[in-house]
Design a protein around this ligand. Structure first.
Ligand code: AMP
Ligand code: MG
Length: 494
């Protein structure tokens, strides 16, 4: 039997006109070695995980062997990076191997990241160091386990070749999975070339692929814009609810599928401070935690702009439709965020009083700088007596200044129709105990990069697969960093 038949491709993007991509094979590497295979995801995609972990599977991920049915391409896009327009970007270190359709009928891209140069590499080498590959693996999978739409990590391999950055680093390739890799920047590329035909093709492709219900809309471009605005509002609300800071919210890093993409300088906040920025290149704090909703809206305005010629033949009317769609963002975001926080606090939001309860909590958290994740998890412990040693209360407690807020919160809970046990159950399901804390991610990367010790990486990935189940024997992975462990800066994986 042909081993390669275990991957069944159907490559819809490669069937689009040739100006959407360049055909490009990955560049082979000297001595590929397996790091990890995501067994559950492989099975979901109909790929045999044992084959993926085999010599042959490792060679496919490394780019040394092209499986039957693949049609490797590098896609083209443009984008605003830190506010500045870049007319020509594209997959500079990634190859879209092809698309597979999962058992649930959903189409997924399989992309190799770090697979060598492409026509869009500009000055880059097309390669990825091991550290950023492990970071993306850990954080993207943690996001998925937190129920936040995200690109996924199917497998990672080492290349056996060094990658030269400030120093020589081990090279690696990540197999990334996404419902598609179509970005706001993909629309921007064609809009900037005034290629309305390509925009029409792209809109039809995205609707057929991600939002088939919109195909029957009177104005499909407007329906798509509204849908993407809504998806992004919900996505960013979910980031805020877990303290996730993306770090590089450029328009080429926002997918119209509504999945989180690009785990370069991203980080989860430890102590609550809305001004937090980790990325070493984000000098002005453009992508700080508190700015994320505003930036998402800013990015969406560019998506709207690209769609103007499709929204209405009269330009003024097109602008009005675009504006209306974008103006919906703040309310959509606020609703999603308030619903989410109320759920984290154990009640359904009702009126202004609840809004001020939520606001006051965040303001005490901000003043005291308590740990964001453990604060909410501790509240879940407190929702039904106290979980004692079985909960995070054994490793975290609120300072005294929270007492009056806690009293208000308890009074508010009495008005709920749910029992304390029910409330606690739903709060545990909304407030993770384990998140990919920066110091743990760095520790895993350091062990792998300097000692070829992948144990901390595997242990972290496995622990983060069940973020809502606290295990006191693994409290080390739930604790915030000690002062000497604090990571203040993260770096893009380039
Ligand atoms: P990012 O910062 O990951 O959003 O990447 C921005 C752009 O730089 C994209 O077009 C990437 O494909 C390209 N790029 C990043 N790293 C490399 C690299 N090592 N080699 C070639 N192109 C790269
Ligand atoms: Mg990117």
């Amino acid at each position: 039997m042909n081993q390669q038949s275990r991957l069944t491709f159907d490559n819809s993007y490669a069937r689009l006109p040739e100006r959407f991509y360049s055909r490009q094979l990955p560049e082979p590497v000297s001595t590929p070695g397996p790091i990890r295979v995501n067994e559950a995801l492989a099975r979901h995609l109909g790929i045999d995980p044992d084959w993926l972990a085999s010599r042959e599977g490792t060679e496919v991920i490394a780019g040394n062997r092209i499986p039957d049915g693949a049609d490797p391409i590098a896609t083209v896009y443009a984008g605003h990076q830190f506010g500045g327009w870049n007319p020509q970007l594209g997959d500079g270190r990634a190859i879209l191997l092809g698309e597979v359709i999962a058992a649930d009928g959903i189409r997924h891209d399989i992309q190799l990241k770090g697979s060598g140069r492409t026509p869009y590499s500009r000055g880059g080498d097309g390669r990825a160091p091991l550290g950023p590959v492990l970071r993306e693996y850990i954080v993207s999978e943690a996001m998925a386990s937190l129920d936040i739409p995200s690109t996924r990590s199917l497998a990672a391999v080492t290349t056996g070749e060094p990658v030269y950055r400030e120093t020589a680093l081990p090279g690696a390739v990540l197999a990334r999975v996404a419902q598609s890799h179509i970005r706001i920047g993909t629309f921007q590329f064609f809009a900037s070339k005034q290629d309305t035909e390509a925009l029409q093709i792209l809109v039809a492709h995205v609707i057929a692929r991600h939002y088939p219900d919109l195909a029957a809309a009177d104005n499909p471009a407007q329906a798509l814009l509204q849908e993407v605005v809504s998806q992004q509002a919900q996505l960013v609300a979910r980031w805020q609810l877990v303290g996730f800071i993306h770090g590089v919210m450029n328009t080429d890093n926002m997918l119209v599928s509504g999945e989180t993409i690009d785990y370069g300088p991203c980080a989860f906040m430890d102590n609550f401070n809305p001004d937090t920025v980790y990325s070493s290149i984000d000098h002005g704090g453009r992508y700080a935690y508190r700015n994320q909703p505003r930036i998402a809206r800013w990015n969406l305005a560019f998506l709207a702009q690209t769609l103007l010629p499709l929204l209405h033949e009269v330009q003024e009317q097109a602008v009005t439709l675009a504006q209306e769609s974008i103006d919906a963002f703040p309310d959509l975001f606020r609703d999603a965020h308030q619903q989410g926080i109320a759920c984290k606090l154990g009640f359904r939001p009702e009126g202004e009083e609840d809004e001020s309860l939520l606001k006051d909590l965040l303001s005490v958290m901000g003043e005291t700088g308590v740990d964001f994740t453990l604060s909410f998890r501790h509240l879940a412990d407190l929702a039904n007596g106290d979980a004692g040693d079985e909960g995070v209360s054994a490793i975290f407690e609120f300072p005294q200044v929270f007492n009056s807020w806690l009293e208000r919160w308890r009074k508010r809970l009495e008005k709920e129709p749910t029992t304390p046990a029910e409330r606690q159950g739903s709060m545990y399901a909304a407030n993770p105990a384990f998140i990919p804390r920066n110091h743990l991610v760095e520790e895993a990367i350091e062990a792998a990069t300097t000692d070829s010790d992948f144990e901390p990486f595997h242990a972290l990935v496995e622990r983060l697969a069940k973020p809502f189940e606290y295990d006191p024997s693994q409290s080390r992975l739930a604790l915030p960093p000690r002062p000497e462990q604090v990571v203040r800066q993260t770096f893009c994986g380039t």
